[in-house]
Design a protein around this ligand. Structure first.
Ligand code: GDG
Length: 468
């Protein structure tokens, strides 16, 4: 049986408890037949040591990593991946550093990855590349003569053609995507944007279904919404750490109703808009004053980038003002925490919340929405308020969907969620739980890999042609 090779920016040891749900799921994909997981080590190389490959065995899984020089890390990771691709793919042209010249580092790191990975590959390996940091990897591997079947999955949104076109290297990026056998997206909207771009902007020839001929090669795309490991997460909910968290917080917030937000502190997640909507809720429905609290966990993320420090200041100023305006000596409206909460404790918080606020301005999928559903007590479940701009909104129709830019609408939906009768909460939760169970992370992985294996071989290689 062919060996599976997973490539992602970061590599996690799937045996470690700190590994997140996705790391565990990818690790699980590798375990049955043994496999290789390749990526950046997370370390900056000592001068002259950047090309070293670190290989270790984690059970049946081989973990192979490389270090990056400070310059390459800054240009590839902070600069191009998170200063250009992340903002544009989340529709934020205003935050993109389009002319800073980071593309050279981005390409160099992808070439380094290709060279190092090639030394470990077998002819019949199946390679699965993850996310926006590594879009050019297949093209670079092909340039080295690798003919293996290679698939790509984009975890973040695919922007509409005219937004993507604002990136000076847009055509090169799409050419890179066309070097994969299969390009996977989170939602139908993303898939549609990709199809429109390659037909309208690069003249791809439609071959029927989600197949095209572009740049002299056949490319196939599909929609594969990522899920969570529902059973694992439900299990965590009953583990001692989560139970202890739940009991402690239940005691602390006795008699209060909790609205909860949990995410990385990222401008795509709509945090300032959420705080403004909560302020409107307190203004328009003063019965909540003294009895309803918003707990907002905003875990630190990409703090070396100015757009993230600006967001932090904006959020802290809004939170401070709201607490000043509405707080009482014995009640603080917003409990804001700019720290990470241990993964094993999170389900206790989810279970405590009457309402989860998952209101990103744009999000590829959003796993917090699914974790919240999995952690609920079916007899007394909380309500999910979900942005229509999260990929998850295509699937989770029984959530209360909101437009997070509409502060009044979002605050009224918070009110509806807080007042929802038990039978309606139960009905919605049951349908949501059935959906995330039927489309869990194992389903996602199987469906994607089956589709990758079913793609037709293409005999025409692509010449690499970097532009930019
Ligand atoms: C990208 C895409 C897509 C959050 N705070 C803490 C914490 N988390 C965990 C959550 C969840 C994960 O991080 C966040 O996943 P999301 O899906 O919500 O968002 P991104 O990080 O932006 O992920 C996204 C995803 O990739 C997968 O394809 O859904 O659209 O943007 O698991 O629980 N975990 C811990 N402490 C925290 O404070 N331990």
């Amino acid at each position: 049986m062919a060996r599976l090779v997973i490539v992602s920016n970061r590599v996690a040891d799937p045996r470690k408890p700190s590994a997140g749900g996705l790391a565990v799921a990818l690790g699980d994909a590798l375990k049955p037949r043994g496999g290789l997981w390749f990526g950046w080590s997370g370390h900056i190389a000592e001068p002259g040591q950047a090309d070293q490959l670190h290989v270790q065995q984690a059970g049946p899984v081989t973990l192979a990593t490389v270090d990056l020089t400070q310059d390459d890390h800054d240009g590839y990771y902070l600069g191009y991946s998170n200063g250009v691709l992340w903002p544009v793919f989340h529709y934020r042209l205003d935050l993109a550093d389009l002319d800073a010249g980071y593309v050279g580092s981005y390409r160099r790191v992808n070439q380094l990855f290709a060279r190092q990975l090639q030394t470990l590959l077998r002819p019949d390996d199946i390679i699965w590349v993850h996310d926006y940091h590594l879009i050019p990897l297949a093209l670079e591997l092909r340039a080295l003569g690798c003919a293996q079947r290679i698939g790509f999955f984009l975890h973040i949104p695919m922007p509409p053609p005219l937004l993507l076109a604002a990136i000076p290297q847009a055509e090169w990026l799409v050419r890179c995507l066309c070097a994969y056998h299969l390009v996977g997206f989170q939602s139908q909207a993303d898939l549609l944007h990709f199809g429109r771009y390659i037909v309208a902007e690069v003249g791809a020839q439609p071959l029927g279904g989600q197949r095209w001929r572009a740049f002299g090669r056949r490319v196939e795309a599909g929609c594969f919404p990522i899920g969570i490991d529902v059973d694992e997460f439900a299990g965590l909910t009953h583990a001692p750490e989560a139970c202890e968290m739940y009991e402690r917080m239940r005691h602390t917030y006795a008699g209060h109703r909790i609205l909860l937000g949990v995410e990385r502190l990222d401008y795509s997640k709509g945090l300032p808009q959420r705080v403004k909507a909560f302020a409107k809720l307190l203004r328009n429905h003063p019965e909540h004053i003294g009895s309803t609290t918003l707990i907002q966990i905003a875990s630190p993320s990409r703090e070396a980038l100015g757009s993230y420090t600006d967001l932090r200041q904006q959020l802290e100023s809004l939170t401070g003002a709201l607490n000043g305006d509405y707080g009482e000596l014995d009640w603080v409206p917003v409990r804001y925490m700019h720290r990470n909460v241990a993964r094993r404790r999170l389900p206790g918080l989810y279970r405590l919340a009457r309402v989860a606020l998952v209101t990103p301005l744009r999000d590829g999928m959003n796993l917090v929405a699914k974790e919240f559903i999995a952690a609920q007590d079916p007899a007394d479940p909380g309500v999910l308020v979900l942005s229509r701009f999260a990929g998850a909104a295509e699937q989770l129709k029984e959530a209360l969907l909101v437009n997070p830019y509409d502060t009044d609408g979002t605050s009224e939906t918070m009110q509806q969620a807080l007042q929802m009768p038990l039978h309606e909460r139960q009905r919605r939760h049951q349908l949501l739980l059935e959906h995330i169970r039927a489309h869990d992370v194992h389903w996602w992985r199987r469906t994607y890999l089956d589709a990758l294996m079913a793609t037709q071989e293409d005999d025409r290689a692509l010449a690499p042609s970097p532009k930019g």
